[in-house]
Write a protein that binds this ligand. Structure first.
Ligand SMILES: Cc1cc2nc3c(=O)[nH]c(=O)nc-3n(C[C@H](O)[C@H](O)[C@H](O)COP(=O)(O)O)c2cc1C
Length: 158
């Protein structure tokens, strides 16, 4: 079984999670960042895992564009979906529902909420101001849920 993990990231947390997931999944897994790759031949893969992060309530634009463009072929694949975000609980679930179309959520073998990070080194002035005001956070914090990544990999394994 060939697996492609296709993800979008702004400050690198989703890349970190995708990389950890790829290591958990083992061989025959390829990583594709939508920041650098825009011509992925998904027909070569039996299993497609799509991941993105939430900024101001919305999933990464490149992830949304990739899903919209490939929705028909994705509906016929074995799918996994994951999100990086700092909200937890019901708010995270709501963001997950808004991030991915119903048809993919319904057929996905695994749904993952992998947590996230606030990385002040990588934020611009405006982002720092938003995070300070909205989240009341003043310095970098990592809240990646490695247990959820492991559980997700297990569910996706053939
Ligand atoms: C400006 C800004 C806005 C954010 N907005 C949200 C949000 O609306 N909901 C949420 O759960 N997390 C939010 N986050 C947290 C991100 O989802 C978190 O930083 C994530 O790890 C980013 O992943 P990335 O580096 O792969 O883009 C926000 C972060 C920043 C910097």
């Amino acid at each position: 079984m060939n697996t492609a993990i296709i993800y979008g990231t702004k400050h690198g947390s989703t890349h970190k999670c995708a990389n950890t997931l790829a290591n958990e999944m083992g061989i025959n897994t390829r990583l594709f960042s939508l920041e650098t790759e825009n011509d992925i031949n998904i027909s070569e893969y039996d299993t497609i895992i799509i991941g993105g992060s939430i900024h101001a309530g919305l999933i990464n634009k490149k992830v949304k564009k990739f899903i919209d463009k490939n929705i028909n072929i994705l509906s016929e694949k074995k799918i996994g979906l994951f999100l990086c975000c700092m909200y937890e609980g019901d708010k995270a679930l709501e963001q997950f529902q808004n991030a991915f179309p119903e048809v993919l959520r319904n057929t996905a073998v695994a749904h993952g909420l992998f947590g996230g990070e606030f990385d002040f080194e990588k934020m611009n002035f405006l982002e720092k101001a938003i995070v300070k005001k909205v989240a009341n956070v003043e310095k970098s914090v990592s809240n990646i849920n490695y247990d959820n990544i492991k559980a997700f990999a297990k569910k996706m394994s053939p």
